[in-house]
Ligand binder design. Structure first.
Ligand code: SIN
Ligand code: MN
Length: 293
């Protein structure tokens, strides 16, 4: 899938691109069918909502489940990002966010690159977020909200919020959000929220400021979020477990376009459990560790 010159300009200006209904219902179904079994596992990679059993986010499904391993190599998702970065990519992070009916909690205003810089020592912003809707997303079930153009500010001030939800996040304070929204047009387009059918995809810049509200509706809003990083921009520190911030920087090799409909062979090394090494962490950059050894 080639991007048009207009899409390149739009990404540069707004910091995101929206592709409604990019994946067909039968393609989405192979993914949705695999979610309940993944969510039922009592593993560290399933983070549950604060005080609840509902899954907030499931990490690393592409290491565990064949349909998600195929999605991680899907050309409709990987190629446009590769085109924007003009470089091979590796998978930095892979999440399936639940945002379950009545139970899904907020995601506070944040930039993803802030976390990747502060926690993982990722050198630059050359990593892309991709959201793929597994449920229809409407104005009621907690759609993602963006402040268009906010990626142009680079990394903005953030504080480490360890209490609001069950998942720690580097969050942006309300005064700065007010300013960024005003700069983006205030009530006229200062906040946007792409909505659409299951199978829609969003590409968004790693510095784009985003958030989502809780889901008080009776409709789940399960979405896959993956982060593709330019290989040369790989992380330099393993402060977070491997199931959150991946350590294999091998370039992604795409499968054929029909890979969600045919059982192409894929490796799922964590199918029967994670190795102990995936839980090990270190606050020392790994280049320095090698030099010291
Ligand atoms: C995220 O920003 O990582 C998740 C946001 C959401 O699921 O709405
Ligand atoms: Mn995010």
């Amino acid at each position: 899938m080639k991007l048009t010159a207009e899409q390149h300009a739009q990404f540069e200006r707004d910091g995101y691109l929206f592709f409604p209904g990019l994946f067909k219902p039968e393609e989405v179904k192979t993914l949705t069918n695999a979610v309940p079994e993944l969510y039922s596992r009592r593993e560290a990679y399933n983070v549950r909502e604060k005080g609840k059993d509902a899954v907030r986010t499931n990490f690393a499904a592409h290491m565990v489940s064949e349909p998600f391993a195929r999605l991680a190599r899907h050309p409709r998702m990987v190629e446009p990002v590769q085109e924007l970065f003009d470089e091979p990519l590796y998978m930095h992070q892979f999440k399936i966010n639940g945002k379950m009916a009545f139970e899904g909690d907020v995601w506070q205003w944040h930039q993803d690159y802030g976390t990747w810089l502060n926690d993982d020592m990722m050198p630059t912003e050359r990593a892309m977020n991709v959201a793929i809707f597994l449920d229809d997303v409407n104005e009621f079930n907690g759609p993602l909200m963006f402040i268009p153009g906010s990626h142009k500010k680079g990394v903005v001030d953030a504080k480490h919020d360890l209490t609001t939800t069950s998942y720690p996040l580097w969050t942006v304070d309300n005064d700065l959000i007010r300013q960024l929204v005003e700069r983006a047009g205030g009530k006229n387009g200062g906040i946007v929220s792409p909505k659409g059918p299951a199978g829609s995809m969003i590409l968004f810049h790693s510095c784009l400021v985003h958030a989502s509200t809780s889901n008080l509706s009776p409709w789940n809003r399960v979405s896959v979020y993956l982060s593709l990083c330019a290989v040369s921009n790989h992380i330099r520190r393993h402060k977070r477990p491997e199931y959150i911030a991946h350590r294999d920087f091998t370039p992604i090799a795409c499968l054929p376009d029909d890979c969600l409909l045919k059982d192409y062979p894929v490796d799922v090394p964590w199918k029967d459990g994670m190795p102990a090494s995936a839980l090990q962490t270190s606050s020392v950059p790994f280049g320095e560790m090698k030099e010291a050894a």
